[in-house]
Design a protein around this ligand. Structure first.
Ligand code: ARG
Length: 459
């Protein structure tokens, strides 16, 4: 298609290194849609005749039907999806196919196709994450009162509820979704009509093609339009951040499913066995979600490094923009689906969680707070007194709420028997009623708000 000035064809390796068709065939739907919008505009503007425009549009539909039925043929000689589509079109309708590329370049074509593809990827990820949030809400509501140890440094810190813990991920995923939605706003301008780099002298109508493809309008600078890929980087950055959140939950599932913790039994559907150790139930899917986050981050890094040194406008390096985006998309889609399935079907061992929450002196802060509130002790001093009470309980091999009153009063005689009201894990979580706190009443409020937000989205 560009051979006019050459006497010899490219070497086999040249063909292979040059070809993007093995991967950019995934853009075929977007390539057809972009070409149809373009040719309709060419016809409307009188740049090609109405007859040719119609023939091309119908031919493109037939090419699309072939791709749908048989897949896109991979032939290095045809380089990329744009050339495959056009050569197929020529087979269908003859030489008038050659008019399609009027006032267009593969540079604005690929920028348009890729934006369309990434836009769908953003929308799909957003929708899948919404479903993941629904799963978190359902399980959080079930466990709004289930006490578990809350950790800092992975040491028992203060009791929290499992519902509160799950809703923490609802919040993270909400921010991930807003990053995707935000990226979509910036992405949604149409580069088509920027041509190779400088625009075109043909009387094209960029508003029309932009509108036909669902964009908010045309991009404003032709050089920028064909040479920037920050829409893809925005997507990858949002995907990487999201995968990092999924990875943290995956890591918690790995820890929680281990025997020393025993907080969760993953369902059979989300566990795998060992070929040698019959007793094993391995959390492979969670481990792979954790692993995939590394690869998705690698995709972001890969495209950033590809782009960092490129002068304006298009350079062929940019053809390498697509594999990392496709890879990240596939890995993220699987990761979201796997975490959703695991959350939906996990069997939480609330007795085990409660037992551990009760055994780790997790209500020590409640004792200190009680001293501040009821005995007007400065917090620093209360902290010290409580430390001595914990040491005593530890020496006696009992929980804080099992220390007899004499033992507590031996530590500090301002303590009286009302203290037992705050030393249980249930009292501890119930008392944390500050906005955003772990009190079941607050967790239920948060769940209610989350449900309304999701219902609002569906309207
Ligand atoms: N396959 C190319 C890509 O993905 C299309 C653009 C080619 N443009 C060019 N001037 N060679 O980037």
């Amino acid at each position: 298609m560009w051979g006019g000035r050459f006497a010899e064809g490219p070497s086999a390796v040249m063909r292979e290194i040059n070809a993007s068709i093995p991967f950019d065939k995934r853009l075929w739907r977007q390539d057809i849609a972009g070409s149809k919008a373009h040719v309709a505009m060419l016809g409307a503007q009188g740049i090609v005749s109405a007859g040719d425009a119609d023939a091309i549009a119908q031919g493109l539909d037939r090419v699309a039907a072939d791709f749908e039925a048989q897949g896109v043929p991979v032939d290095y000689a045809l380089e990329d999806i744009h050339m495959v589509t056009e050569s197929r079109l020529a087979e269908k309708i003859g030489p008038s196919a050659g008019r399609l590329h009027t006032a267009r370049s593969r540079n604005d074509q690929v920028a348009t196709d890729f934006r369309l593809w990434v836009r769908d990827a953003l929308d799909e990820a957003d929708a899948a994450l919404g479903r993941f949030q629904d799963a978190l809400i359902v399980r959080a509501e079930e466990h709004a009162d289930s006490v578990m140890p809350g950790f800092t440094h992975l040491q028992s810190a203060q009791p929290v509820t499992l519902g509160h813990h799950l809703m923490a991920y609802y919040e993270m995923i909400g921010r991930d979704r807003s990053r995707l939605q935000d990226a979509r706003v910036r992405l949604n301008l149409c580069p088509l009509g920027s041509a190779a780099l400088a625009g075109t002298g043909f009387p094209i109508d960029r508003e029309a093609t932009a509108a036909a493809l669902g964009f908010d309008g045309p991009t404003r600078n032709s050089l920028d339009s064909v040479s920037d890929r920050d829409f893809a980087l925005d997507y990858l950055a949002a995907a990487a951040q999201c995968s990092l959140h999924l990875s943290r939950l995956a890591e918690e599932f790995v820890i929680w499913a281990s025997q020393p913790f025993g907080f969760v039994k993953l369902s059979d559907q989300w566990s795998t066995g060992s070929s040698i150790m019959p007793q094993k139930r391995n959390p492979d899917a969670a481990e792979l979600v954790r692993g995939h986050a590394g690869r998705i981050l690698g995709c972001l890094t890969s495209l950033m490094v590809t782009m960092k040194g490129l002068p304006l406008a298009y350079s062929k390096d940019m053809q390498d923009d697509k594999p990392p985006v496709f890879e990240a998309n596939d890995l993220l889609g699987l990761s979201i689906a796997a975490m959703t399935g695991m959350v939906e079907s996990a069997e939480f061992r609330t007795d085990q969680m409660r037992g551990l929450a009760e055994s780790g002196f997790a209500t020590a802060t409640d004792l200190a707070d009680w001293l501040v509130r009821e005995a007007n002790v400065p917090f620093r001093e209360a902290h010290h007194i409580t430390g001595r009470a914990v040491a005593r309980a530890e020496a006696d091999g009992v929980r804080l709420d099992q220390l007899p009153l004499e033992a507590l009063r031996a530590v500090d005689d301002r303590i009286d028997d009302r203290v037992y009201d705050v030393l249980s894990v249930d009292a501890s979580v119930a008392s944390r009623t500050s906005f955003g706190g772990t009190a079941p009443s607050r967790v239920r409020e948060a769940i209610e708000a989350a449900r309304s937000a999701r219902a609002e989205e569906r309207r």
